[in-house]
Design a protein around this ligand. Sequence first.
Ligand SMILES: NC(=O)c1ccc[n+]([C@@H]2O[C@H](COP(=O)([O-])OP(=O)(O)OC[C@H]3O[C@@H](n4cnc5c(N)ncnc54)[C@H](OP(=O)(O)O)[C@@H]3O)[C@@H](O)[C@H]2O)c1
Length: 196
Amino acid sequence: MSGGAVGAIWAQDRYGVIGADGGMLWRVPADFRHFRAATLGGAVVMGRTTWESIGGALAGRTSIVLTRRPDWAAQDAVVARDLRAGLAAAHDAVDALGEDPREGIYRALPRVWVIGGGSVYAQALDAGFVDRLVISTIDVNAAARADALGLTAEAVTRAPVLGGEWLRDPDRSDPPGSWRPVSGDAAWRVDQWRHI
Ligand SMILES: NC(=O)c1ccc[n+]([C@@H]2O[C@H](COP(=O)([O-])OP(=O)(O)OC[C@H]3O[C@@H](n4cnc5c(N)ncnc54)[C@H](OP(=O)(O)O)[C@@H]3O)[C@@H](O)[C@H]2O)c1
């Protein structure tokens, strides 16, 4: 895809689970702050289910929502009917956003982001549209939590499994085996991967 770099950012449990029944299975405020720091001043592309689970536009970012429903509209979001159109709208939005407000290490990241959910991550990676992955791992077993909540295995959403075209970037990842301090529900860590 032309028009500049695209990142995908998600948080998964130790086994690749990212959510269930349209929602999240943990609360880790430090990871939310990390997500905000990475995406601030950028454009975020998401599926309609994720938009509804967030409950509205993310402050300081342009939201692009993918849906196949012809009449669907949302206040404070750009609607796109397919992923390519959504990413094109995101690049246009970033061009109009002006200076990058992000700080420190976050400034090196793309300003166009795919932020989920599972179906959109899978499509974006399969299509080769993503250059960089920023993956938080949350030190929980989310499927067990979903089970305890009475949710079926079908309700659980997973991150894509990364193929050999993804290389972990050790300079921008937490040291292997290390965890950041517990925030809310759990300890967490961040790894970055680049497309080769
Ligand atoms: N842990 C994390 O970092 C993270 C991040 C984001 C989301 N999540 C979780 O992921 C789950 C949601 O994921 P999901 O896979 O069920 O849903 P989703 O990807 O958020 O949304 C799916 C919907 O997006 C639309 N869509 C998808 N691809 C499209 C395309 N190519 N063209 C047009 N529209 C398209 C369709 O909407 P219509 O049905 O309207 O046509 C589809 O039903 C939730 O549990 C959420 O909490 C977790």
